[in-house]
Ligand binder design. Sequence first.
Ligand SMILES: C[S@@+](CC[C@H](N)C(=O)[O-])C[C@H]1O[C@@H](n2cnc3c(N)ncnc32)[C@H](O)[C@@H]1O
Length: 341
Amino acid sequence: MTNIRPYSLTPAAAVAAAPEKTAVQPRRHPEGVPLDNRAAELAAGLQAEPARIDPKFLYDAQGCVLFNAICELEEYYPTRTERAIFEAHRAAIVRSLPASVQWVDLGCGDCAKSRDWLPHVDACRYVGVDIAADWVRREVAALGRHFPQMPCEAMEADFSGEFDLHGALVDLHEHPPVFFYPGSSIGNFSPGRAVAFMAAIGREAGARGCLLISADLRKDRQTMERAYADDLGVTAAFNRNVLRVCNRVLGTDFQPADFAHEAIFDAERGRIEMRLRARKRVRVRWGAMGRTFQPGDAIVTEHSYKYTPEQFDGMLAEAGFSVRSMWTDPRAWFGVFLAQR
Ligand SMILES: C[S@@+](CC[C@H](N)C(=O)[O-])C[C@H]1O[C@@H](n2cnc3c(N)ncnc32)[C@H](O)[C@@H]1O
């Protein structure tokens, strides 16, 4: 991967003055208590125009397993492209990190990417944060067995609402946090929400903390659409599985086979739109409520924004990060950004 090149979008600028304290309001959830009223959120989405289901509902235990299978698909370039960038530039990225960090893995899933980073980073502790609480507790426990010297903690949080990571962090001055948000998950937020999310993370990071984040970059339509509609139908199964989540959480009577998987790139908005489109007339009921989908009616299940390097760099700047670098692959398909206030 000798062609892979780092390029700094901002020449070495001084780190900004000490940050203001976090403005993210806490919304704590005792162990085992649902993060929010998921059923009410699903019901509101199903009644919206167009109908929608937030992508966070894709990640039940089955969804997490299917997502891992997607990452292995020939069509799904993001995981292997990101891995190549990490491997080619890990040493340079690590050199830019402070010492004795707390490594905070946002949307950690199976923690596999952190497993590759931790042997190279001067980290005193690991915090895995994810909405898929049970799955993540198990995965973080497995990570702890792999790194027995390092305290490893799991935290449940829903990034689509208000969240507070402060309680999971220790002394920010002694142990600056590195917030690790790989996999281009940031693309699931609208650009405005992505900036707000990164600004909140920046405030949590303190003066010396960093955000190490990946964004998928714009490329030809066919490559992007194939990544979300593979020949084996794994992404289709991942998408349809959300209807089973709906049946379980809200009590709907969806038959997943009644809906076709679709992934289209909207060039104007710069995003892949993943939908489930009714194959026939479908009447879905939950409690006393219901909705009829006519043939061709769609439920939007995920947006995945694709950015140019300049666009994403501008979003990091807007979020309050004054020192920013980016590394990419030879085709400039994927970007890894390191940002500090
Ligand atoms: C695309 S996977 C990425 C997993 C892993 N970090 C990687 O890069 O391969 C997204 C992860 O974010 C979690 N997630 C999705 N929506 C979330 C939300 N609203 N709040 C917190 N975590 C969320 C999922 O459970 C899943 O583990």
